[in-house]
Design a protein around this ligand. Structure first.
Ligand code: SOE
Length: 381
């Protein structure tokens, strides 16, 4: 079998997660990676067992590489996705797709002109029970959506000494928690409910107004405890915590909270979607079960078993119930769909996976959330 050759750009926290997922697909081979310097690329290629290593320009000039994964800090997503598309590569980009709407719009247009496969890594859509809830909405089982209550909570930035490039707007963008994790939550809410968010009212808080910036780089989730000799005090201008009220196009409403300073919440995306027939409650720290609530009979817990979920969700399950699947499986399942399209050579007309257009939509919602916080007023989307 001729495997599709792939290059991965950036090897911080998420690049290796892409590599690990890609290694589990039979028709794909990660042949190269790149980093900011040739030395770091060599070091990472050895550590991750990848045969070839390059700088970015060298990587996209390789004729045999058909697809490129952009796993760098946010400020590089636009220029690198653009360069990779212009070099004729299919592109899978991390979220957020770009730093602003203008950039994202240009990428959507360019991708559509080239016909190349384009995807944004909204991998959390690929929990099988998320697909099950979406199917339940589509087939009428959930009923009209009455309300949505969501949160995405983490604690890896809990201490004032926790530091990462995501705290720096020139690398991450003007929003932090909303762009980084609120984007997943808003994407999932619209994905499952099929509703469009029409207006937002937000209120942000920066709990740590200054943080201790390490004098040397620290990886996301490093958990490293710094001592006074290791850091300098810097002001922080992005949100640790945000509350947002939502209005939907069916006239009903929702609310979300995101926080990166919530002790004990490691990486918990949770939501309750209440419909006319039932409520679904899910959280990503226990992704193999969904609570189903009723008014007139006993509530249920549905376990992720291929024989019990919607047939559409079954395709995202590799192992029978009782054999837990989680975060790493979401990327594998997403890339399975993306690489079926790459094998066919072009972006499908109705992709099942999240595309650059979905990346644009999320950026639009995030920008309006930011604007609402600035104005302390409702903003329409
Ligand atoms: C950091 O907050 C992060 O790695 C996000 O960027 C990811 O999208 C999320 O899946 C886990 O946390």
């Amino acid at each position: 079998m001729n495997k599709i050759k792939v290059g991965v750009v950036g090897t911080g926290f998420i690049g290796p997660a892409h590599i690990e997922a890609l290694r589990r697909l039979p028709n794909v081979e990660v042949v190269a990676l790149c980093e900011v310097t040739a030395e770091l690329a060599k070091e990472k290629a050895e550590a991750l067992g990848i045969p070839r290593h390059y700088t970015f320009d060298e990587l996209i000039a390789q004729d045999d590489i058909q697809a490129v994964h952009i796993c760098t800090p946010n400020f590089l997503h636009y220029s690198q996705s653009k360069a990779a598309l212009l070099a004729g590569k299919h592109v899978i980009c991390e979220k957020p797709l770009a730093k602003d709407l203008k950039e994202a719009e240009e990428l959507v247009e360019l991708a559509s002109q080239t016909g190349l496969v384009n995807a944004v890594h909204f991998n959390l859509r690929y929990y099988p029970l998320v697909r099950h809830m979406k199917a339940a909405r589509e087939n009428g089982d959930l009923g009209e959506i009455y309300s949505v209550i969501g949160s995405y909570l983490q604690d890896w930035l809990f201490y004032q000494t926790d530091y990462n490039w995501r705290l720096e707007p020139d690398k991450s963008g003007d929003s932090r928690a909303i762009a980084d994790i609120g984007s997943h939550l808003m994407d999932i809410i619209e994905y499952i409910t099929g509703l469009k968010t029409t207006a937002v009212l937000s209120d942000f808080n920066t709990v740590h107004k200054t943080r201790k910036k390490p004098l040397k780089p620290v990886e996301t989730y490093s958990g490293k405890m710094l001592t006074p000799e290791d850091y300098a005090d810097v002001p922080i201008n992005t949100e640790d915590h945000a509350n947002v009220l939502l209005r939907f196009d069916n006239g009903n409403k929702g609310v979300i909270t995101v926080s990166q300073v919530s002790a004990g919440r490691k990486n918990r995306m949770a939501f309750e979607i209440s419909g006319a027939n039932k409520t679904f409650s899910f959280n990503s720290e226990s992704p193999n079960e969904v609570w189903v609530g009723y008014r007139d009979k006993a509530n249920e817990v549905l376990l992720r078993d291929p024989s019990l979920v919607d047939p559409g969700a079954r395709s995202l399950i590799t192992f029978p119930g009782g054999h837990n699947e989680g975060f790493p499986d979401t990327s594998k399942q997403m890339f399975k769909e993306v690489y079926a399209a790459i094998e066919a050579g072009k972006q499908p007309e109705n992709p099942t996976f999240p595309t650059f257009a979905d990346g644009y939509r999320e950026l639009l919602i995030c920008e309006r959330i930011l604007e609402s916080n600035r104005k302390q007023a409702w903003v329409e989307i």
